[in-house]
Design a protein around this ligand. Structure first.
Ligand SMILES: NC(=O)c1ccc[n+]([C@@H]2O[C@H](COP(=O)([O-])OP(=O)(O)OC[C@H]3O[C@@H](n4cnc5c(N)ncnc54)[C@H](OP(=O)(O)O)[C@@H]3O)[C@@H](O)[C@H]2O)c1
Length: 251
């Protein structure tokens, strides 16, 4: 990544889990930060604890006013070089509770599109067209997971959308906008603290370090960690007729 000092970033979904750890890693590297999420009290606490956090904004990405609020945060920081999108929800939902499925789509697909489009336009309109957009999808994007249909499908959507935007950069000659699709395996965060059993759990702090390293090296796809890289390579080899017959669940 081009070193502009001070480097400035916004982390959306900074109140918990991977986003919170990415805030800490970026702060340790001297980045100036704006942080967002829905929980204002947690954001204020983060600002008190991390000196590099210069600005906070309560933002709900499922709301229409979210891009406007994000813009206010960017202005308060005086511009940004990196938008990091960690906001997401997910459930195992084999009973297809409609509320869970639709809230997942609203957050992980609609909210993601709302925010990432706003950021793409922001970087495209900058005179130098320079910027990084990093979004956490998941290894759940690799194949359709029957235990979590909306989660798996929205993560596929995120990955696919980022690929579209990468090609759009070519079409519009926006060669200095960099898109990063981040695909972790299971990470020990509140998202998977639902009483189910998740194997091969990764430490969120180490995941955040790998993610930031991948962005600095300008990797367009960052799968964390190597064991999950092997796992998804194996999954991809399975034909659809075989995949749908596998009872993959983590209960
Ligand atoms: N943990 C895993 O095993 C795993 C694996 C692969 C991918 N991921 C992905 O990594 C991302 C982060 O997950 P995590 O594990 O760190 O979970 P987490 O600890 O539950 O954090 C989720 C974050 O998303 C924010 N968020 C949720 N809904 C939002 C909304 N409507 N508007 C704004 N922010 C919202 C939350 O903030 P507020 O509650 O303050 O709004 C929180 O900061 C998610 O996209 C998840 O799908 C996680």
């Amino acid at each position: 990544m081009k070193q502009t000092i001070p480097r400035r970033a916004i982390v959306m979904g900074a109140t918990s889990g991977i986003g919170l750890e990415v805030v800490k890693v970026l702060a340790s590297k001297g980045w100036q930060l704006g942080v967002a999420g829905r929980r204002d009290d947690v954001l204020q606490q983060l600002k008190d604890e991390v000196p590099q956090v210069m600005a906070v904004r309560a933002i709900d990405i499922t709301r229409d006013d979210a891009p406007q609020r994000l813009n206010g945060l960017i202005n308060e920081l005086g511009g940004i070089d990196l938008y990091f999108h960690s906001s997401g929800i997910g459930y195992q939902n084999p009973d297809l509770d409609a509320d869970k499925e639709l809230r997942t789509v609203e957050t992980n697909a609609v909210g993601f599109t709302r925010m990432v489009d706003a950021m793409f336009n922001y970087f495209a309109q900058r005179p130098d067209h320079q910027g990084h957009i990093a979004v956490i999808s998941s290894i759940a994007r690799t194949k359709g997971l029957g235990a979590a249909p909306a989660y798996s499908a929205t993560k596929r959507y995120v990955s696919h959308y980022l690929e579209c935007l990468s090609q759009l950069c070519t079409i519009r000659r926006l060669h200095h906008i960099h898109l990063h699709d981040i695909r972790p395996g299971f990470v020990r965060t509140p998202l998977i603290a639902d009483g189910n059993r998740y194997p091969m759990q990764l430490d969120p702090e180490r995941v955040a370090q790998s993610i930031v390293r991948g962005i600095e090296r300008d990797r367009s796809v960052i799968t964390v960690d190597w064991r999950y890289r092997l796992l998804v390579a194996g999954w991809r080899l399975l034909p659809r007729w075989l995949w749908v017959r596998l009872p993959i669940a983590t209960k």
